[in-house]
Ligand binder design. Structure first.
Ligand code: C2E
Ligand code: CA
Ligand code: CA
Ligand code: CA
Length: 276
């Protein structure tokens, strides 16, 4: 038994073992965190050409009792690997819908949309459509204020099934945005078929457009294509006035990025909501 143990151990170097146990610990931690309500939503402003708040993107954070506020890059990948993205994604949907319900009763917030990021595992799950509709019904949130952000990689698998789900939700008013556009593999023929309302220009193109003519050309082409297909075009990761001006010059009239506002807890959105 001792020899067998030694043989097995040969395949695991200590670093590897440390990684595996760190992941196992984090998974257990996340399960507990979900039970103990340690997750919260930050909201990042989305503005139009006049700088007016039109909506927000919900971005999940983990308020960990020991680690402090943890960014999604540190736990979403593990959540996707372990399936914990399903309960976490459902929690995010629920929290965003509760916020929409609170906003709908006040004139200066009633028009705001909330964009929610949806993982492939969630979207391709059998009950996705009914889960979203049940959450809308339970919370009383206005469906036409909810926008779901999907990535290209999620959309290329089973296109007919994807379209059927989108159509079912769109019938209730739910909107769809194509996130990180240009970084995935979607072909132009998919773009024609998918009933998308919005396309988000990825921040990598925005950040390089002023220094690299090729990035500028891709931004220009994306804006023209999005507008030609009747979609709203929004740029993400806008950090400077110059980027904003360039984008507007190319016909992109909606923006999200640190230049306009970082993701913040809901109470801090108040300063974007100047009364008229
Ligand atoms: P994403 O959907 O592309 O979200 C945009 C990310 O860019 C956010 O990072 C945001 O804080 C950051 N960002 C916004 N403006 C700027 C800017 O001007 N400059 C720079 N450098 N960064 C900017 P965050 O909040 O850390 O989220 C990272 C990713 O985690 C998101 O990327 C999304 O893929 C994922 N994520 C966040 N919340 C959720 C969620 O509820 N569900 C799922 N499935 N994924 C989520
Ligand atoms: Ca997003
Ligand atoms: Ca994005
Ligand atoms: Ca991204």
């Amino acid at each position: 038994a001792k020899d067998a143990g030694r043989n097995t151990l040969r395949f695991f170097d200590p670093d590897m073992q440390a990684v595996i146990s760190a992941r196992a610990e984090m998974e257990a931690d996340m399960r507990l965190g979900l039970q103990e309500n340690q997750f919260l939503l930050y909201y990042q402003p989305q503005v139009n050409h006049a700088g007016r708040l039109i909506g927000v993107e919900a971005l999940v954070r983990w308020q960990h009792p020991l680690r402090g506020l943890v960014a999604p890059a540190h736990f979403i990948p593990l959540a996707e690997d372990t399936g914990l993205i399903l309960p976490l994604g459902q929690w995010v949907m629920e929290a965003a819908c509760r916020q929409l319900q609170l906003w709908r009763t006040q004139a200066h917030t009633a028009q705001l949309t909330i964009a929610v990021n949806v993982s492939a595992l969630q979207f391709h799950g059998e009950s996705f459509v009914s889960d979203v509709l049940a959450t809308l019904a339970r919370t009383g949130a206005p469906a036409d204020r909810l926008k779901l952000e999907l990535t290209e990689s999620l959309l290329v698998k089973d296109v007919d099934g994807v379209i059927a789900k989108m159509v079912a939700l769109k019938a209730h008013g739910v909107g769809f945005s194509l996130d990180d556009f240009g970084t995935g593999y979607s072909s132009l023929s998919y773009l024609k078929r998918l009933p998308l309302d919005q396309i988000k220009i990825d921040q990598s193109f925005v950040s390089d457009a002023l220094s690299n003519p090729k990035d500028a050309a891709l931004v220009r082409a994306t804006v023209a294509m999005g507008r030609g297909l009747g979609m709203m075009v929004i740029a993400e990761g806008v950090e400077t006035q110059m980027q904003r001006d360039f984008l507007e010059g190319e016909g992109c009239l909606n923006f999200q990025g640190y230049f306009f506002g970082r993701p913040v807890p809901v109470a801090e959105l108040a300063c974007f909501l100047v009364a008229e």
